[in-house]
Design a protein around this ligand. Structure first.
Ligand code: PEP
Length: 260
């Protein structure tokens, strides 16, 4: 039975006090749920406070970004050692907002992945096309290009440590979700790329999350698809109730699928 992974990306929301309240409510809401991997990615300033609350819970802590160098004169940046120090296990890399507003390239994302792995951080690497690219029917070409360059020179042992998030840019924060069929089509394409470059076994071990306006009412139809292993959730992870519902709906759908 598939074990879903639901990750919440809080983006640039929540002061430390707000983050503390939110994570306490989430923790109380999911305490009976065992069959789901959960990750919360608050802003850097709230990592330490959230980390303390997540101690001895099954919810893991993640960061939203990281610099590829281990330390140095990079004002305003954060290093992998700093993230480990505060209790992070995951780090989101190459989010489309970083690519779009901060001009991050696939080559830069590739450097970050390699450093994250050296520090035993699990990278959640985001790839996905823009609306214009989809309208031009170039979505597969764009995703293949991101795949080839972001994952350049990664060995089989390294790639299996990654989580991949397919996030069509046109569906992020817009309320537009890719249909489950559109998402599944891209997820199975990514799985095929993994098989071709690595092996069937490697491809099957890697979680591929969908991201883009995931809500309690659409998560079930997404995780029902064979190649969708969970979700990276932005807006709906900012409210405890909707995040907890997304987790419970995902688990319920996977269990129902396994028993049918
Ligand atoms: C995201 O931030 O990765 C995301 C998918 O956002 P939203 O769920 O708000 O579309």
């Amino acid at each position: 039975m598939k074990r879903p992974l639901i990750a919440g990306n809080w983006k640039m929301f929540k002061t430390t006090g707000e983050a503390t309240n939110l994570v306490q409510t989430i923790k109380a809401g999911v305490y009976k749920i065992n069959d789901c991997d959960m990750v919360i990615c608050p802003p850097f300033t709230a990592l330490a406070a959230v980390s303390k609350i997540l101690t001895e819970t099954p919810i893991e802590l993640g960061a939203q970004n990281m610099h590829p160098e281990t330390e140095g004169a990079f004002t305003g940046e954060i290093s992998p050692a700093m993230l480990k120090d505060v209790g992070c296990r995951y780090v989101i890399l190459g989010h489309s907002e970083r690519r779009q507003y901060f001009f991050e390239t696939d080559a830069f994302v590739n450097e970050k992945i390699k450093t994250a792995l050296k520090y035993s951080l699990i990278p959640i690497v985001c790839i996905g096309e823009t609306l214009e690219e989809r309208e031009d029917k170039r979505q597969f070409e764009v995703v293949k290009n991101q795949f080839d360059h972001s994952f350049k020179d990664l060995s089989k042992e390294e790639i299996v440590k990654l989580v991949i998030a397919y996030e069509p840019v046109w569906a992020i924060g817009t309320g537009k979700t890719a249909t489950p069929d559109q998402a599944e089509q891209m997820h199975s394409y990514i799985r095929r790329l993994l098989k071709e470059k690595y092996s069937e076994d490697a491809a099957n071990r890697i979680a591929i999350l969908y991201g883009g306006s995931v809500k309690p009412d659409n998560i079930a139809s997404l995780v029902k698809k064979p190649n969708i292993d969970g979700a990276l959730v932005g807006g709906a992870s900012l409210k405890a109730e909707s995040f907890v519902q997304i987790v419970s709906q995902a688990v319920a759908e996977v269990e129902a699928g396994a028993s049918s």
